[in-house]
Design a binder for this molecule. Structure first.
Ligand SMILES: C[S@@+](CC[C@H](N)C(=O)[O-])C[C@H]1O[C@@H](n2cnc3c(N)ncnc32)[C@H](O)[C@@H]1O
Length: 178
């Protein structure tokens, strides 16, 4: 299996992994942080569509991308009107894409090649969630599948995104200028 679509193998069970109280509370907190965003959104590593489960986004304002075709298959069953496309973030040239917001929930940013993290336009809104260093993702724990992700310290993220705040949030760092 290609490293980029490593989530194919757990796509069917993915949503069922996050029904516990802690996950529900984290989702609620993220939904509150994202209330009030406006304009178009690129949802990077959209997976099965958690962002749309959390907040209302008009289908005309939304575009999701993900490397895993199986995660997108579940997405499409849940969200019939919102567009998604199977592509890895590294393969997109986001300079040609005029989104107002770039969002990446619950660790999706940690799968992006570090060299590709410098492409985000400075004048756009970012909300990018990275796994904290040392965190062993609950997805790996619960499914017994070890996937590869990149590790960044808070200091590295601050250097990569000088115009953003790096927020501590549970097992994640949130890079944001919202
Ligand atoms: C931890 S899951 C998070 C999914 C969703 N954002 C959520 O919060 O439920 C990470 C997702 O990123 C996707 N992914 C991994 N590498 C990617 C890449 N290079 N470009 C786009 N998506 C990627 C995976 O297929 C997976 O669906």
């Amino acid at each position: 299996m290609n490293a980029e679509n490593q989530y194919d193998i757990i796509a069917k069970e993915y949503d069922s992994l996050f029904k516990d109280t802690k996950s529900i509370q984290e989702n609620k907190a993220i939904a509150e942080m994202l209330q009030g965003i406006s304009g178009t959104i690129l949802d990077i590593g959209c997976g099965t569509g958690l962002l749309l489960d959390l907040i209302n986004i008009r289908h005309e304002d939304y575009f999701g991308i993900d490397a895993s075709g199986e995660m997108l298959r579940i997405f499409r069953q849940k969200h019939l009107r919102h567009d998604v496309f199977q592509i890895s973030f590294e393969m997109m040239n986001i300079h040609f894409m005029d989104f107002s917001n770039f969002i990446s929930l619950f660790g999706s940013s940690s799968y992006i090649l570090p060299e590709a993290l410098s492409v985000f336009p400075r004048d756009k809104k970012l909300f990018l969630m990275f796994y904290r260093e040392g965190y062993h993702p609950v997805t790996y724990e619960k499914t017994k599948h070890e996937f590869f992700h990149y590790v960044h310290t808070k200091e590295e993220l601050q250097q990569l995104f000088p115009n953003c705040e790096i927020k501590d949030f549970s097992n994640y760092y949130i890079v944001t200028n919202l």
